[in-house]
Design a protein around this ligand. Sequence first.
Ligand code: B12
Length: 271
Amino acid sequence: MNEGAKDRIRKYTTGLGVEDVGFGAVSDYRSPLSPRVETLFPAAKSMVVLAYKELSNCESENPRIAMGGRIDSMEFARSCTYKVARFIEKEFDAKAMSTPLSYPLDMKPEKRFGLIAEFSQRHAAVAAGLGNFGRNNLVIHPRLGPQVIFCTILTDLELTPDPPITEDLCTHCNICVKNCPGKALEEEGKTDEFKCMKFSQPYGMGRNIRFWMKFIDGSPEERKNLMLSPEFMNMYQAGFIGFEYHCYKCYVSCPVGKKKKGAAAERANHE
Ligand code: B12
């Protein structure tokens, strides 16, 4: 029943176009900062982790094109996650809960104002045998590299965990460290969040706080100008999009999972 259930979930999931799926035991989930899974879903036994390959949009220097691709991936991911969770509930008479792909986040100061998730997707992916941490602090998938986003479904269904990947997938070339415009990866095993966000989310919370501080102290004329500034318009847009990412350098500079140069052209010539 167990392997049969896994096969059926895998077949359904990949049939939706999801790139890969891994199965992990809740008891193997070890996130140093996020709460224990039992506090979210006491009966949870297994994690079904879905891996979604990012489109090549993230390679574009144009931030609208890059973020547009991320929005597409996230919408696709959210819809598939819901479908797979319902499939598990209906087919196996089990309970299934999705976990947030990125937000909502707990904005309390002890959660570093939304920097520590309820559930760490990277640690779940590692436990489900989908990859391991690279020098860029991202989880590298053996076939797809780090350009993957993860989303996990928790279930009370007992599923045999997939074996963890023991091979080090990072080539330790340090290209990600050199390519980070914010110098956020200098310390091994730690992303300096604020240095990262200065480039990855230039219209996020930091900018909002600075903007509104300026607004509070401004004269009526300065306030009017601030409301009509591109800065405000960009913040407005980032607000309705949700988190808006402007930097993908640690993601796209990684050589792992990249197609060999000229492979596409060669394939096209053979068609
Ligand atoms: C908050 C957040 C951020 C914050 C803070 C990042 C951080 N320090 O965790 C900011 C805004 C800076 C950020 C940036 C980015 N993020 Co982000 N982010 C999240 C989010 C919502 C929560 C992460 C969290 O809870 N962190 C707190 C805890 C888990 O971190 P931690 O325990 O301190 O772990 C850190 C270190 O200890 C170390 N670490 C932990 N264990 C181990 C083990 C080993 C062996 C090593 C070497 C390191 C290591 O790595 C972590 C990074 O600093 C997750 C989604 C989610 N729910 O998981 C996405 C997520 C981590 N982000 C993701 C991505 C893609 C990005 C960006 C590329 C932005 C972009 N353009 O998309 C950058 C990459 C920055 C980087 N290289 O680290 C993906 C990662 C996918 C992947 N392949 O790994 C996630 C998983 C979203 C998703 N659903 O796929 N992110």
